[in-house]
Design a protein around this ligand. Structure first.
Ligand SMILES: Nc1ncnc2c1ncn2[C@@H]1O[C@H](COP(=O)(O)OP(=O)(O)O)[C@@H](O)[C@H]1O
Ligand SMILES: [Mg+2]
Length: 367
């Protein structure tokens, strides 16, 4: 049982802020994923939680107790790194039990725990092997076993999959998820890969430049990104974004009017960002049929295509600029120069302020 609360935490390195006034909570049993581009402060935040770095200001609470100044060994958290170092001269079992042996725990005390963890991670048959005789995925499972066997109150994982090839990555990812379902240990998992975040997280916290951008369920971040950064970061292929002029809370796309939310803020804007996801755009008949209310239509010309498998990602030019959308692969490749008429629902449109890049609908959608 463990509930962690990070309150107004800052971390400064030689005058530059790696983590800026960050607050969030990790619920008991939650799988929280920290995601953001390289250098945004993910590892720093994890190391602050682990106690490997000292916070510059703020507090970290565990079940209401301030643990900000506790040394790492008194926090009972387990950390799993990208570069998991196993001792090459020790067997799998000796690697797993290293910490207990260092603390001189009697063997009969941890024997059952080791067996359970070995079974959970399917390492039972490998206990007497040395790491050199294991595959990459098996080695990563040993590193996990070593972290789990301590029965920590919180797991901290820093990009544990990024050194594995694609197939192994899926295998180990499934392993981590199965494990989490069984153990229900609160976990903070760091990745730069939004896809990993979307597939694994109970909630995702998006960081950029040391700033928390948004925290919420994957579905919430996808449907209601709080700002332009989250909009562009979450979702693959990424959202089409256009910066357009607006006036009196309306903008025009060809001869079609888009109304901004009826707010003072929107009335004063002279520019907005318009976002539409590739998967929300569909082709319609090239014959200019009567436009349906609630939809926006665009004339487009195919510039190139990417075959993704079941779909093509079509790149087209439009009056808004270059745009990408998904088109079902029906065994017939779209041709360069081909004219298409596209449409999307105004409900799938995302609008962000041209000045502060915040979602203009944000007041109605809290995570
Ligand atoms: N020990 C350190 N000393 C100085 N700067 C650091 C140190 N650790 C991290 N940083 C800086 O803090 C920022 C965040 O780094 P990090 O947390 O490693 O990012 P991420 O894990 O998201 O890639 C970077 O600008 C990095 O250069
Ligand atoms: Mg990192």
């Amino acid at each position: 049982m463990s509930k962690i609360r990070i309150e107004n935490v800052c971390k400064e390195f030689e005058g530059s802020m790696a983590v800026k006034n960050l607050s969030l909570e990790i619920a008991d049993g939650e799988f929280l994923v920290l995601v953001g581009p390289s250098g945004c402060g993910k590892s720093t935040l994890l190391r602050l939680l682990a106690g490997l770095e000292q916070i510059s200001s703020g507090r970290i609470l565990q079940d209401g107790n301030d643990i900000s100044l506790l040394p790492p060994r008194e926090r009972n958290f387990s950390m799993i790194f990208q570069n998991y170092a196993l001792f090459p001269h020790m067997t799998v079992e000796q690697n797993i039990t290293f910490g207990m042996r260092m603390r001189k725990e009697p063997k009969q005390q941890y024997r059952a725990r080791v067996d359970r963890v070995a079974e959970l991670l399917q390492l039972g048959a490998l206990l007497n092997r040395k790491p050199g005789k294991l595959s990459g995925g098996q080695r990563q499972r040993v590193a996990m076993a070593r972290a789990i066997v301590r029965d920590p109150s919180l797991f901290l994982m820093d990009e544990p999959l990024s050194n594995l090839d694609a197939r192994l990555r899926n295998e180990v990812r499934d392993g981590i998820m199965t494990l989490h379902q069984q153990l229900k240990t609160s976990t903070v998992y760091v990745t730069h890969d939004q896809m990993e975040a979307m597939t694994m997280a109970d909630r995702i916290a998006v960081l950029n430049n040391g700033d928390l951008q948004q925290i919420g369920a994957p579905e919430t971040l996808y449907a209601h990104p709080a700002n332009l950064f989250v909009a562009g970061f979450i979702g693959m292929p990424s959202m089409n974004i256009f910066k357009l002029p607006c006036q009196s809370a309306e903008l025009w796309v060809e001869d079609q009017r888009i109304a901004l939310p009826d707010t003072e803020e929107a009335k004063n804007l002279s520019e907005v960002y318009l976002g539409i996801r590739p998967e929300h755009i569909t082709e319609c008949s090239t014959e200019p049929e009567i436009p349906e209310a609630g939809y926006l239509y665009l004339q487009a010309s195919v510039t190139h295509r990417e075959l993704l498998g079941a779909d093509y990602l079509n790149h087209v030019s439009t009056s808004l600029g270059g745009l990408r959308y998904l088109r079902e692969n029906r065994g017939e490749a779209p041709q360069k120069g081909q004219q298409v008429r596209l449409r999307f629902s105004l409900q799938d449109l995302h609008l962000f302020s041209g000045t502060n890049q915040q979602n203009l609908h944000r007041e109605t959608h809290h995570a």
